[in-house]
Ligand binder design. Structure first.
Ligand SMILES: *Cc1c(COP(=O)(O)O)cnc(C)c1O
Length: 399
């Protein structure tokens, strides 16, 4: 494994995945973005400003917390939580939003558009737009607006215009389509801050790079605390940004196992889940070639998850590649398992996780008891659960 290919290649491919599947009008701005990003990547001034914003504005580094009581209760491996929930705006998404706001400024674009599912990416984008004085429009499915009402209010307070999307299932996929439609007409003055390691090149690479700080810090922190690398990394996978951010700096470390946890919803039946690696197939959606949920005619299937942030039909192309290589394993947690994890971490550690992160917690709860006491697990706590209180309580009350 020490010789993993460096991806993506110049055309944005991770092996057979990724690429640029967009209408002609978007090719030029995407090329421009890719070229400017290549310059920013090696520009020390850019990197210095990015790091200083991550530190002073976002609150990095985030702690690597030993969940001692939870580990003892489970009676197996030692579990650490990477506390991305403690970041400004309450989730990892701000890392990418800050990086892309800096890119928009480099490109001289004063108007920002974004899509959002759970609302966390919308809030992160509205936040950096306020910070940088950029005009902000966020597309959000009507259904998501209802299940994440507090985040809609936050975006509006931050000065963003939130545009409801009523098409189709009225969730994230439709919001992405609307954002892409807007961008096609406005590329001259508008940058699209895509919220996950998804979409056309260069987004999967650029978003990954902006989140690699999660894994870089975790690596340093675990070496300082344990004097060795972890046995297992766990992260939930929606589009895959928090997971790739944690995993990437460990990919060359053969002894570190990695598991991505998708949304199993109500179980692996058509339209009841969002676990693309369970019953999904290879296809193209919204700019990229990857694993997705589609029927036999290639129509994108409906998806379901208790957590809006994982409720999407396609997975980031680098994850498809890492699965093919066998470097990362992918599994799923159901709604019920995630809700149990949500409750358990709250009760035992005094930490209310986002429902997305609770999928990673649920997997840890399953495997930690079976692992030897000497093993070390790092789970990414991608966000905090305040936004999910109403949704979670409704489900937990039904029990
Ligand atoms: C958006 C979100 C996710 C899912 O997105 P990824 O790109 O897969 O990380 C996970 N956790 C939280 C808290 C989120 O807000």
């Amino acid at each position: 494994m020490s010789s993993l290919p460096s991806v993506p290649d110049a055309t944005g491919h991770f092996g057979q995945y990724g690429g640029m599947f967009v209408p002609e009008t978007l090719m030029a701005p995407l090329q421009e973005l890719a070229e400017e990003y290549e310059r920013a990547r090696v520009d020390e001034e850019f990197q210095r400003e990015f790091e200083s914003l991550l530190t002073d504005y976002c609150g990095r580094p985030t702690p690597l917390y030993h969940a001692r009581r939870w580990s003892e209760t489970m009676g197996g491996a030692k579990v650490y939580l990477k506390r991305e929930d403690l970041l400004h705006t309450g989730a990892h998404k701000i890392n990418n939003a800050v990086g892309q706001a800096l890119m928009a400024r480099r490109l001289g674009k004063k108007r920002i558009i974004a899509e959002t599912g759970a609302g966390q990416h919308g809030v992160a984008t509205a936040t950096v737009c306020a910070r940088f004085g950029l005009d902000c429009t966020v597309y959000m499915g009507q259904v998501d607006m209802e299940r994440q009402a507090p985040n809609v209010q936050r975006m509006e307070l931050l000065g963003a215009k939130v545009v409801p999307v009523n098409a189709g299932q009225a969730t994230l996929k439709e919001a992405v389509s609307e954002a892409m439609r807007d961008w096609t007409a406005t590329v001259e003055n508008t940058h699209y801050i895509l919220g996950s390691a998804l979409g056309s090149h260069p987004f999967p690479m650029m978003v990954r790079d902006f989140h690699r700080v999660i894994g870089r810090e975790a690596r340093e922190q675990i070496l300082a605390k344990e004097g060795r690398l972890p046995n297992l990394l766990v992260a939930c996978v929606g589009g895959g940004s928090n997971a790739i951010g944690l995993f990437h700096p460990f990919l060359e470390d053969e002894e570190v196992r990695m598991v991505g946890v998708e949304a199993g919803g109500e179980g692996i039946l058509p339209e009841k889940h969002a676990a693309r690696f369970q019953g999904g197939k290879l296809g193209v959606l919204q700019g990229t070639k990857t694993w997705l949920l589609a029927d036999d005619d290639g129509q994108i299937e409906l998806t379901h998850s208790v957590s809006a942030g994982l409720d999407y039909a396609a997975v980031g192309p680098e994850h498809a590649f890492l699965k093919e290589l066998g470097r990362v394993e992918y599994t799923y947690a159901t709604d019920d398992e995630a809700l149990a994890g949500f409750k358990e971490l709250s009760e035992i550690e005094g930490i209310i996780p986002a429902l997305e992160s609770a999928h990673a917690i649920a997997y840890v709860a399953k495997v930690a008891p079976q692992l030897p006491a000497g093993d070390v697990i790092i789970a990414n706590l991608s966000g905090r659960g305040d936004k999910d209180m109403e949704q979670a309580c409704r489900f937990l009350m039904e029990e």
